[in-house]
Structure formats: structure tokens, C-alpha cells
Write a protein that binds this ligand. Sequence first.
Ligand SMILES: [Zn+2]
Length: 68
Amino acid sequence: MSDGAGTIVCPLCGARYSESDGRTCHSGCPLQHGCQLLSCPNCGYEVPASTRMTRWLGRWFGKQEASE
Ligand SMILES: [Zn+2]
């Protein structure tokens, strides 16, 4: 249910934000070097960034229609 590459929909509050926004919000993370979490700018809920691996996993688990 993504609207395209880089758009995150927060599962908690439903806010939409880009990956870059999530990373900016996460700039204080001590693990930011390689940290794969994005923080929702609205509520702070952290979600894993949709890396190539998670996209691949999403396809593996049944979203074969994903075209990219
Ligand atoms: Zn949120």
C-alpha cells in the first residue's frame, strides 16, 4: 500500500512522510550510521526503512504486482 518509492505511511497515526523526512527526524539516533529506522515526524513512531531487501521480502510474501 505504498504510493511510490520513498513514501512512508505511519502505521500508528497514518501520517505520510518521505524517507528523507524520517531520516531527518532520526538524526539524533546513536546508531544512525547504518540505522534502518525512520521516525514519523508526527508521532515519533519508528518504522524500518523500506530497503531493497524489505521490498524484495514484500514481493516474496505475495505482492508480486509491485512493479519497479
Ligand atoms: Zn505517526
